[in-house]
Structures are given as C-alpha cells and as structure tokens.
Design a binder for this molecule. Sequence first.
Ligand code: ATP
Length: 189
Amino acid sequence: MRLALFGGTFDPIHNAHLAVAREAAEHFGLDQVLLIPNAIPPHKQRQTTASYAHRLAMVELAAAADPRFSASRLEEGQAKSYSILTIERVRQELAPGSELYFLIGADAFSEIETWFRWHDVLEQVEFIVLSRPGYTYDIPAGARVHRLETLQLDVSSTTIRKRLGAGEAPPELPPAVLSYIRENGLYRD
Ligand code: ATP
C-alpha cells in the first residue's frame, strides 16, 4: 500500500491541487491520496476566509474526481495543524510494509525547516515536492525528496478568492466546487 498525505488550507481547493495529486499518483503508483484540510494553518499569516466545515465539504466534492482521492478529517478540531502529529496518527494505523509519502508544493517545502519537529517529519516520510512557478527550495540534509517537475501550474487559491470576490467564475475551480461556493455565498467581498 502506497499512501500519500496532501495537506492544505484548500481555501478553496482548485484544479492545480487535483492535477498535481493525480500526477504524483501516476508517477509513484500511489494507491491512495488523503486530502487533508488544515484546521488552523500555523504557517499562514491571514485567517482563512471559509470555515473548516465549508473547506472540508469542497474537498469532499473535489475528491470524487478520482477513486484514489479521499477527503480526510484528520486535522479537524485540532488546536493547530502540525503535520508531525497527523503523520504519527496515520503511521499508527498503517499496515506493515506500507509506504508513506507526503505531497507538498515547492513554496511550502521551502519553509520545512520552520515546522514543528521538522527533523521528525523528515525521518517519518518521503516527500514528493511539486514544482510551482516562481518557487525554488533547498533540500535539508537527510531528507528523502522526489522532485516532481512535470507540471508548472500558475494557480493559487489567493487568485481564485480575488476573482470570486470580483464576481467572476474562475475556470480553475471544479464545477461542483464552484456551485457549492455560489450556493453558500462564500468568498463574497
Ligand atoms: P493560498 O493561495 O491561499 O496560499 P494555495 O493555492 O497555495 O493557497 P494551499 O491550500 O495552501 O493552496 O496548498 C496546499 C498544498 O498544495 C501546498 O503544499 C501547496 O504548495 C500546494 N499547491 C497549491 N497550489 C499549487 C500549484 N499551483 N502547483 C503546485 N503545488 C501547489
């Protein structure tokens, strides 16, 4: 069993998240990708603009696109979303011989040495680092890193939130997610 964790604010989840997860699943023969919305993201400066419940609901809708994807509540209700705690919880449940990967974009990986117990994180998982236009990163000594550079997608939730605020319908959103946003009046200015 090859399992990958893919955490994020997902505020909202967009097509680049799904595209990089699919690409990683193909390249590394992943059986399952857990999409894990963060409760409170320790590394984000701003507050999220949609609640945890809404972000999770959008991840659930988006995850239906691929049988390997599933939405995970692992970081629901946590005081802070520390990846090491999530990794340790998943490891406890994992069948022997399973391989655990951690999917992460180049922007987030470039800050890995600021994470809570980052040495333990490096010890526990193999990273698949997804290239992202405009971001480079160093690989800390001892880290097991697979660079996945086949996609360069200039898409971010920040840009999507701005477009939604301006009344546009961003094409980088899965249709079910866009409908959910409209039905629930999210991201209005
Ligand atoms: P925001 O603009 O709100 O900061 P975001 O688009 O970066 O959001 P996150 O939910 O923070 O999305 O990202 C979750 C994970 O997906 C992170 O590891 C991030 O690096 C990665 N990611 C997001 N967008 C891309 C992209 N276009 N290409 C590669 N990786 C991405």
